[in-house]
Ligand binder design. Structure first.
Ligand code: ZN
Length: 312
């Protein structure tokens, strides 16, 4: 069900307003805007949103990351989302729609794409016009207004961007049905100094934290998720393993072989993950996890509720 973004109580969505707190649904060119009034009034949120509008518009004008890399990464991300036929699927942070392209033909019961950048949403809405089971909505990843609504939620390149990780993860937990799947991709052991103004970074907010297997596991486990599998991907030749670089002849042979197979720059990101990981350091890590229990804050601690105590 859809919750009121302000009071987070249930309401009759077709009314277009919350009868408990009088929050009103906005719509921009047919795209629902599920932002709370408190977010709309917040200077911090406004600055954060402006930043991502700028990134989105810049990305649509000229891709920030190489197109081939994004395409291969979207294909791999889709391969981790198994068992989605006839399921309700949500992607938080749809961006330019690399994953939606795959979800659109996967036989999902419904696909909801969420972003805070209207330019991305407008473009995708046009692209999927007439597809009744695919919708796009503006919402804040840190205030997902859903309860028990989806079988699968995918979030790629979101967890490192949100200001408050817990706001996002509790929201994902509540939006998923028990037993539902959360597929989350984050950068792996990244040096986030590169997002400094001293490194010519043009944006105020980019990646705010980095992750390894342990930190990601702690965050997910504490809000009721059980990790089923960790995948490593994001392979580019310039990130070749040090041990290969030590041996000139082997390195030259390896580079030549790989380049003859993957001719275009960044097309090597399509490499099988196991072989890729032997040869190159992965840039990204994907946890495929299941919502085991509903998480809430009770008596000064995060509590994971048993099925019969599940509550809003
Ligand atoms: Zn309300």
């Amino acid at each position: 069900m859809i919750l009121c973004p302000d009071c987070r109580d249930t309401f009759e969505f077709s009314l277009g307003y919350c009868d408990k707190c009088h929050w009103t649904l906005d719509s921009d060119d047919g795209i629902n805007v599920l932002l709370s009034n408190s977010d709309k009034k917040s200077a911090m949120f406004s600055s954060y949103k402006d930043n991502y509008d700028r990134i989105g518009n810049d990305d649509l004008a000229e891709r920030i990351q190489p197109e081939i890399y994004l395409k291969n990464q979207a294909k791999k991300l889709f391969s981790y989302c198994d068992n989605i036929k006839d399921k309700d699927v949500c992607e938080v942070g749809v961006g330019s729609g690399g994953l939606v392209q795959h979800l659109a033909t996967a036989g999902c019961r419904s696909v909801l794409g969420i972003d805070i950048c209207m330019s991305y949403l407008e473009r995708l809405k046009k692209r999927y016009q007439g597809k009744d089971n695919i919708e796009f909505t503006m919402a804040n990843a840190e205030n997902l207004p859903f309860y028990n609504q989806f079988d699968t939620i995918v979030a790629s390149d979101v967890l490192e961007h949100v200001l408050n990780v817990g706001n996002f993860l509790f929201g994902v937990n509540h939006a998923l049905r028990t037993g539902g799947k959360f597929v989350v991709r984050v950068p792996l052991n990244e040096d986030i100094n590169v997002y400094s103004k001293f490194c010519d970074c043009q944006y105020d907010y980019v990646h705010l934290r980095n992750f390894n297997k342990q930190t990601l596991n702690t965050l997910l486990k504490s809000v009721g998720f059980k990790i089923q599998k960790i995948n490593y991907d994001g392979y580019l030749l310039y990130n070749t393993r040090e041990y290969l670089k030590k041996y000139d002849k082997i390195y030259t042979y390896y580079e030549k072989k790989l380049r003859s197979y993957y001719k275009k720059d960044c097309s090597e990101s399509a490499i099988n993950n196991t072989i890729g990981r032997l040869l190159m350091k992965p840039f990204e890590m994907i946890a495929v996890c299941v919502k085991e229990k509903e998480a809430c804050w009770k008596d000064g601690a995060i509590r994971l509720l048993d099925k019969n105590e599940a509550t809003l």
